[in-house]
Design a protein around this ligand. Sequence first.
Ligand code: FES
Length: 70
Amino acid sequence: MDAKRKAQDPELVCTCNDLYVTDIQQALDEGETGYKEIFTVHEMAPRCCGCVDDVQQLVKQWQQATTDLA
Ligand code: FES
């Protein structure tokens, strides 16, 4: 996790893989909600796992937003 890079770009979630918010949204749209599975959609794998809380937070927000729409 490169906290400095991440602070410079709020859309960047995983600095090990350059995984952005839009990449996570794409994985969610494809039905993946698991941490590792979200990376797998983009043919990546978590390395330091320092972004796990941020990824899970985005998943929660997405799940809440989709529940609110139902
Ligand atoms: S920031 Fe290291 S795996 Fe995501």
